[in-house]
Write a protein that binds this ligand. Structure first.
Ligand SMILES: [Mg+2]
Length: 179
């Protein structure tokens, strides 16, 4: 099986990274607790000008490089490889977020090792990448109807309204992928 895995919110704990910077920079502004937000785009959670402030954090050099690993994600991906599956990390890097691509390259190298950089696909058009499944926390992946993969939702507080897709976490990935 060829398994495509999203990075932010799936193998990288972007919420943890973001909220830490946010609280440090805007100590008086409201900040959600990790694992509770209802909006997929984290800046939308705070309203008014918070979206722009959030974007400024994403645009900073090194932000994505310092994202902590999601618990059990690395173990799961390594087990997929050991079991003979092809695994690719498919992640987007916004054209207005200049360091995202290089930071993510570094992040894979630092957390998974150099050979995993060959498994990195950076694109905002995930539908053009071929695979059997895409594990992604985004409620609706753009152009998913044109893709040949099945979107499996990576469970998060902001995608629980999606009921028509298989749902997976790193504690039950084997049962969901191979029922
Ligand atoms: Mg994501």
């Amino acid at each position: 099986m060829r398994i495509l895995v999203d990075l932010d919110g799936v193998i990288g704990d972007i919420d943890k990274a973001f909220i830490e910077v946010w609280k440090e920079r805007y100590p008086d502004a409201p900040a959600p607790e990790p694992g509770t937000r209802k909006e997929f785009y984290i800046g939308h959670e705070f309203g008014d000008d918070a979206g722009e402030k959030a974007y400024d954090i994403f645009r900073e050099k090194g932000f994505f490089r310092h994202t902590p690993l999601m618990p059990d994600a690395k173990d799961a991906l390594q087990k997929m490889i050991t079991a003979g599956h092809e695994v690719y990390i498919v992640t987007s890097a916004g054209n207005d977020i200049p360091y995202a691509a290089s930071d993510k390259y570094q992040w894979i190298d630092n957390n998974f090792g150099r050979e995993w950089v060959d498994r990195l696909v950076i694109t905002r058009s995930k539908h053009v990448v071929s695979g059997d499944v895409l594990i992604d926390d985004k409620p609706e992946v753009k152009n998913h109807d044109k893709a040949n993969w099945e979107h499996i939702i990576f469970d998060a507080s902001y995608n629980r309204h999606i009921k028509n897709k298989r749902r997976l976490g790193w504690s039950n990935w084997k049962e969901v992928l191979f029922p």
